[in-house]
Unconditional design. Sequence first.
Length: 145
Amino acid sequence: MKRMLMPVVALGGLLSAFAAMAQEPAPGRYAMQKTDSGIARLDTQTGEVSLCQEKDGEIICRMAADERTAFELELDLLTKRIETLEKATANGQSGLKPRLPSKEEIDQTMSIMERMMRSFMGIVKDLEDEERSPSGKTEDGPQKT
């Protein structure tokens, strides 16, 4: 039984050693630089920067706000917008020229305006007729000149 147990223990030790080696970063992958607030760690493979600080005997690292990533995202967004505008311009569409209304839209608008004007003029005519009507009443209102 001891003979069977020894190879299993040895195999387990080798597997744990391989697992530890797989998790360790490649030598020279990180560049460290001391800063006023702790240590800046640069991942030389990805370019990511982490800020590390020592707290309670442990080193705690958190990702720094990467201006380069934000810049590249904004650049990609602007590039897509430019491409969209260039395609629209090539197709004859442009946001600079307003679209003129169609004949049907003009006719509909004129019809609405005509009805409004006729209604308004009817109200004005009714008010004028009320002033001219001989009702026999004398109003003591202000005189109009």
